[in-house]
Design a protein around this ligand. Sequence first.
Ligand SMILES: C[S@@+](CC[C@H](N)C(=O)[O-])C[C@H]1O[C@@H](n2cnc3c(N)ncnc32)[C@H](O)[C@@H]1O
Length: 497
Amino acid sequence: MRDPPYNTGRDFIYDDDFAESTASFLERSGQADDEGVRLVANTDANGRYHSDWLSMMYPRLKLARNLLKDDGVIFISIDDHEIDNLRELCDEVFGAQNFVAQIIWQKVFSPKNSAQWFSEDHDYIVCYARDKQDWTPNSLPRTPEMDARYKNPDDDPRGPWASSDLAARNRYDSGLYPIETPSGRVISGPPRGSYWRFSEARFKELAEEGRIWWGNGPDSTPRLKRYLSEVSGGRTLQTFWPYSEVGHTQDAKKTLLKYVPFEHTENVLNSVKPVQLIQRILQLATNVKDNDIVLDFFSGSGTTPHAVMVQNSLDGGNRRYICVQIQEPLERPEPTFKSILGMSLERIKNVAAELSAELNPPDLGYRLVKIDTTNMTDGTREPDETDQLALGELEPSIKSDRSGEDVLFQVLLDWGLELTMPIKVEALSGHQVFDVEEGSLMACFDKHVAPDVVQEIAQRTPLRAVFRDDGFESDAARINAEQVFREVSPSTEVKAI
Ligand SMILES: C[S@@+](CC[C@H](N)C(=O)[O-])C[C@H]1O[C@@H](n2cnc3c(N)ncnc32)[C@H](O)[C@@H]1O
């Protein structure tokens, strides 16, 4: 799922370092400072107005496709500014054959009288499947209004029913016969230009089973009774999503204001989406109990985590979310947060607090991970850049400003372990020791690791154990540690990084 900046000329498009020529263009045209930092809106005065936006989107779409499951699907919200370019980009990345729908979301509750030409009522939500043949959307749950159309005026033991036409226009040669009503009136055949939908034999069966409604008046035409109990599935998906069903922009802002205590209203995100809109996407594209992962590359105020938590609480689901948000500062810092990310964390916490009071709350936990440069020091040097005395500088393998937790997350990624695994932090002989998922991995990234800590970790027989390369007092201490594991827990995979 993604809700990128729409490129309206007003939204910030942070420059990705995608092309050197763009950087030099920006500097030459005064849109970037001498350090190449660009924090200006992408206005159409920018000679690369569309191209910058596309360059920002392309790698993200490529990555999104790689990350999708075989039966995965992507929804991208956009308006008229970039819809054509976006469709072309998606055709290239996902394949035109995997285009599923271009949904129209009625985003506006009342027209903008100030509009110079047209008041824009809608956004698009473009949907592509990773492989259209592999993906079938879930139908939407039936609404109480839909069910209310089924009644039981004749106390039919099969329960409430609604009637439908017995005649149809499709040519059906066995559908031309007279029908005699229970009152003895004979209907010579279906209305002109139409055919009964059933053969005479089948019609007689249906009449015997009491599945024909003969109507209230003497001139009524017979109709077929369709029972609520036999209506299979939910609602058919349609490409027009009215605000009465999925909310509008004002709803979205109201929700944001409910969960985030803003002091400065200019910080309320204009592009925020209604929770119901994302819930609708979750309903049709994710399964309740499959641990489905919802990935949002442009998380903004955190509508996606909000919708995932609410939907899980409504249907007992176990969907998870991964949300990405760049460090975008707010126009005016708020007392409790200073960036869009901070705003979304505030929202997630407050929504989670509300849902945790429910009878069977879903898993409301989350982990915040920030992208940084590698934790490892760069040990590469040209031969003439180093000498005997400077060799000591090359000893530390981990940068001095990195915490044990920083290194742990790198190790989890290197080993392909999930970042959501439970982590216990313990103090063993004054050292910080991490225990990931009850012994899937144990780690200590302190310096001068005491031998009894090595012994204790080995005795817990973890699947993996990690230390820092320069964490041992001496080579002998390191060799000794390896020996301890060989004896006490030979199956542990031991690494020093
Ligand atoms: C349309 S908003 C998303 C709103 C979100 N769906 C919500 O309901 O709050 C787009 C987001 O993209 C972010 N953004 C802008 N330029 C970006 C870039 N170059 N890379 C990544 N994110 C960017 C903005 O910080 C903003 O949060």
